[in-house]
Design a protein around this ligand. Structure first.
Ligand SMILES: *Cc1c(COP(=O)(O)O)cnc(C)c1O
Length: 407
């Protein structure tokens, strides 16, 4: 199996030239085609686009680029990442089917599978994806889909893609991988044997906190046709304007991710030296096994999200976040501005406390989505927050942790 389908320079070229026109008088960048409908010369004449719920030229330009990035036919784009996931589930599952899903999946994925699909007779087992025996045990005769997300949100566990894809193949079950955090620029799930790459383009691909969006990428022509049928039937297509914004973002994706990942790694190392930090989660800093997986799967960088646990729990977390003057508190990752999230009260606020504990979301856990600002500027802001912590005595002044656990 090919694992390096595209070189970094091919990826940069596809991104920077996404939607580029050619020919006398052609628009250089993809135009925004807002039209809901397209004309035909005759009844039955075959034209590329008919109605924008089914397909649209601006959306198609984005789909072509996202497919190329994984050596695949055009992607299928949706209005949001969760619309893409819903369409995937409707495409491959029916009453009586079973799903195996990573227990570290995005909260919205868990909500769909736990709170919505059971009403339609689809059950899901949630497993620790780093325990391959547990994944294998969870596969039943009725299992139709394995769903993973790596690195996981927010504790950044890396799942062994090759191993889980082999489990799927052996059981004749489709494997989907949510690749939102790294994107095709840093990780190519299909090259490891996954059947479908899943994206919230809202995050790194748009990258400017300007457009919601989702995408599914696959090399399985029949599956793509089914997904397009579901999209046409349920109406979750991306809008032309958001597709256009996403195309503009895509052009700088490899550059942004390279720079933001480099800063994230610097900040993760700095955090691991702070006495008020209990643990730092970053794929490049975890256990030897996690580091080896990251090195094998990630292409040149480990992404721009860092999570860390601060001593003192919820109160310390609140003091810390309120002392930040530069980083913004927001439920989002993947943009050019540095954002901090308190998962226990924000992204995972709906998850019961005992389940949160199981996936290591403690009250003192903070998730940092590192932006394009210089790392030293972000670190200076974090320093201010640590100083506020020691001033109230929950931080380094009181409970000194000698050697912060890493990973
Ligand atoms: C945000 C996110 C989603 C959902 O995407 P929306 O565009 O917000 O619907 C899915 N998976 C991951 C990993 C995400 O971060």
């Amino acid at each position: 199996m090919k694992e390096q389908t595209l070189t970094p320079s091919e990826i940069e070229s596809i991104c920077s030239r996404a939607g580029l026109g050619r020919g006398d008088g052609a628009a250089l960048i993809a135009p925004i085609v807002q039209s809901t409908s397209f004309c035909r010369e005759n009844i039955g004449s075959d034209c590329a686009h008919q109605y924008s719920r089914v397909s649209n030229p601006t959306v198609a330009a984005l789909e072509e680029a996202l497919g190329q990035l994984e050596d695949a036919p055009p992607a299928v784009c949706f209005s949001t990442g969760l619309a893409a996931e819903t369409a995937l589930f409707l495409s491959v599952l029916r009453q009586g089917d079973h799903v195996v899903c990573s227990r570290y999946a995005y909260g919205g994925t868990t909500r769909l599978l736990q709170q919505l699909f059971p009403a339609f007779g689809v059950e899901t087992s949630f497993v620790d994806p780093t325990d391959l025996a547990a994944v294998e045990r969870a596969i039943q005769p009725a299992t139709r889909l394995l769903f993973f997300e790596t690195p996981a949100n927010p504790t950044l566990e890396v799942t062994d893609l090759r191993a889980v894809c082999e489990l799927g193949r052996a059981a004749n079950v489709l494997v989907a991988v949510d690749n939102t955090f790294l994107t095709a620029a840093l990780q190519q799930p299909l090259a490891f044997g996954a059947d479908i790459s899943v994206y919230s383009t809202t995050k790194y691909i748009d990258g400017h906190s300007a457009a919601l969006g989702g995408a599914l990428v696959s090399r399985d022509a029949q599956l793509l046709e089914r997904i397009r049928f579901i999209r046409k039937s349920t109406g979750g297509i991306q809008t032309p304007f958001n597709a256009w914004l996403t195309l503009q973002g895509l052009k700088t994706l490899p550059l942004r991710l390279a720079r933001q990942s480099e800063s994230a790694a610097t900040i993760a190392r700095w955090l691991s030296r702070q006495s008020a930090v209990d643990a730092v989660y970053y794929p490049g800093l975890g256990s030897a096994q996690q580091r080896a997986l990251a090195a094998a799967q990630h292409r040149g960088a480990d992404g721009a999200v860092v999570s860390f646990d601060i001593v003192g729990g919820l109160d310390a977390g609140r003091t810390f976040v309120e002392a930040l003057q530069f980083c913004r508190l927001a439920e989002h990752v993947g943009s050019v501005e540095t954002l901090v999230t308190h998962p226990a009260s924000m992204t995972h606020g709906d998850v019961p406390a005992d389940q949160r504990a199981e996936i290591r979301i403690t009250d003192g856990l903070l998730r940092l989505s590192v932006g394009l600002e210089p790392a030293e500027v972000i670190i200076a802001d974090l320093e201010r927050a640590f100083a506020a912590l020691s001033a109230i005595g929950t931080g380094s002044g009181k409970e000194v942790v000698e050697c912060p656990a890493v990973g």
